[in-house]
Design a protein around this ligand. Structure first.
Ligand code: GLU
Length: 520
């Protein structure tokens, strides 16, 4: 029987999930589905400074909203728990002590003060800071005596001081490290917590991970981990170090300001989960050219079929907002109008009016507060007349990039009281008085052609153009004035298509109010 492939995501519970972390954990998920394996969530909380109260729940929620499923983890259990490192301290201690027994690790009593001095003097000499191995050769008695005396200690691994360590990586191939460059890494800290290096090796082994996929920022630590497997005499899993998403300017890992926005905000803005996954996966990976889609649009099922570590790029991709927007609009276009309607209602209820667990510690942006207010106002109207909403929505279907454009885009379909500001009118060539006179006198002509509910395009054009000529106006100015009066904006979907949905009486009512507004 073939071995079950096991993959894992190992985040620190900072509670922050963004496009970079989604990109980091998607490969595990896709491969676990492709190979009918298991996807595991392990929480690396050994750095207790970085914890937030409901970080784990918030992260599980965010990943599951974009469709990443974990088959095992603190939230669902599984046969390899506990899945939170702070609940496994005795396991790390036991393993660290075992390495000491085998002669591959040692107790180190060096104080912070000594280590700081050492680093400083190495820096002044132009040497790379590295532990000098002072405690490497303490005798067993000495160690015992110092521990009994209550001295604080850490456990360090004994890394060979010469030769090389060769590491095999599915993305980078064979990578060689000079042993003398690598220091005796601390494995167990004086507070009894393991460092990442000990915990990751012990856990990946005990949890039966078959392929370790992680960011290439861990590449420099790779030889330490390979050595630990050797010291423990454990079978090596496969490793794949993946490039991370960089800032748009190419400088550094994607930062909070330049694109690492919380997934809660991205979903709230109205990016679809399929677009998030599609965009994230195309950052630093592309399928074989024979399988590639020209438009770069892939469903999750297609990505499960196509993803292969062998096509991961070695160089990092930069965050590209325009590409993300393009991918989202394409996924929106793919929905049928019924699907779009359902998605908009779900988005409004769940993401805009509803709360994400992370909302308790990620402060809301002004646009989120404004959006909530607008959606709260329109949602009952969207739901009360499904057909009307669908028709109005169909006019925006080809135009929008994100769902949050919809409340404003459709507002004039739902006005109780039309509202205008000066910016909604083009007053470059004609002032408000002139605009009011013009639409006031064109109204009866429009009433004549539309009152029986027929929206004849040719006639409409003829009437408006003819009347503009009579006034000596540019045709566009009159069309624009009518647009402002009936939609409250300078840009909108084609007017007659809107009027057909709204009905002439409603539109006529808006025009009458607009005339009053212009005169006030
Ligand atoms: N906790 C580590 C991180 O968040 C995990 C790295 C790994 O996947 O091994 O970077």
């Amino acid at each position: 029987m073939e071995k079950v492939q096991r993959y894992r995501a190992a985040p620190s519970p900072t509670g922050r999930v963004h496009i970079g972390t989604v990109r980091a954990y998607l490969p595990n998920f896709l491969l676990s589905r492709k190979n009918k394996g298991r996807n595991i969530l392990r929480i690396e909380d050994t750095d207790q400074k970085r914890l937030v109260p409901n970080g784990v729940e918030a992260m599980v929620e965010a990943y599951s909203e974009v469709g990443i499923v974990f088959d095992e983890g603190p939230h669902v259990g599984g046969g390899f728990g506990p899945y939170i490192q702070s609940e496994r301290l005795d396991i790390y201690k036991k393993n660290a002590e075992e390495l000491v027994k085998k002669g591959y690790a040692y107790y180190c009593f060096c104080t912070e003060e000594r280590l700081t001095k050492l680093r400083e003097s190495q820096k002044t000499k132009g040497d790379r800071p590295k532990y000098d191995g002072l405690c490497r050769n303490l005798t067993e008695e000495e160690v015992k005596e110092r521990i009994d005396r209550g001295e604080k200690y850490v456990i360090r691994m004994k890394f060979p001081q010469d030769g090389i360590t060769m590491c095999d990586d599915l993305v980078y191939g064979k990578v060689t490290f000079k042993n003398s460059d690598i220091e005796d890494q601390v494995l167990l800290k004086s507070d009894g917590f393991p460092t990442y290096h000990l915990a990751v090796v012990v856990d990946d082994h005990l949890m039966g991970i078959t392929t370790v996929i992680r960011g290439d920022d861990w590449l420099p630590s790779f030889p330490k981990h390979i050595k630990l497997y050797e010291y423990f005499e454990w079978e090596l899993p496969q490793f794949a170090h993946l490039p991370m998403i960089l800032n748009p300017d190419g400088k550094g890992k994607l930062s909070k300001r330049q694109g690492a926005f919380p997934i809660s905000q991205i979903l709230r803005k109205g990016y679809l989960k399929e677009a998030i996954v599609n965009y994230a996966m195309l950052s630093g990976w592309a399928p074989d050219s024979k399988d590639a889609h020209k438009d770069e649009i892939y469903t999750v099922d297609e990505l499960i079929q196509l993803f292969d570590l062998k096509n991961v790029h070695k160089s990092s991709a930069r965050y590209d907002q325009l590409k993300f927007d393009y991918i989202n609009s394409k996924h929106i276009r793919r929905l049928s109008i019924d699907e779009l309607r359902e998605r908009v209602i779900e988005w409004a209820k769940k993401y805009v009016l509803g709360e994400f667990k992370s909302d308790s510690y990620i402060p809301a942006e002004q646009w989120e507060t404004d959006l909530k207010e607008k959606v709260g106002k329109y949602l009952p109207k969207w739901e009360s007349n499904v057909e009307y909403f669908k028709k109005a929505l169909s006019l925006e279907h080809e135009r929008i990039t994100v769902l949050s454009e919809i409340p404003d885009g459709l507002d004039f379909f739902y006005w109780d009281e039309p509202e205008w500001t000066d910016e909604d009118w083009n007053t470059k060539n004609h002032n408000k008085k002139e605009l009011s006179l013009a639409i006031n006198s064109v109204l009866p002509k429009l009433d004549e052609i539309f009152k029986d509910g027929e929206f004849n395009h040719e006639e409409w054009e003829k009437v408006v153009r003819g009347y503009a000529d009579e006034l000596g106006w540019k045709h566009g100015d009159l069309f624009l004035a009518i647009r402002s009066a009936t939609t409250g904006r300078l840009q909108s979907p084609p007017l007659l298509e809107c009027y057909e949905i709204m009905g002439w009486d409603k539109v006529k009512g808006y025009v009458q109010k607009a005339i009053k507004w212009l005169n006030s």
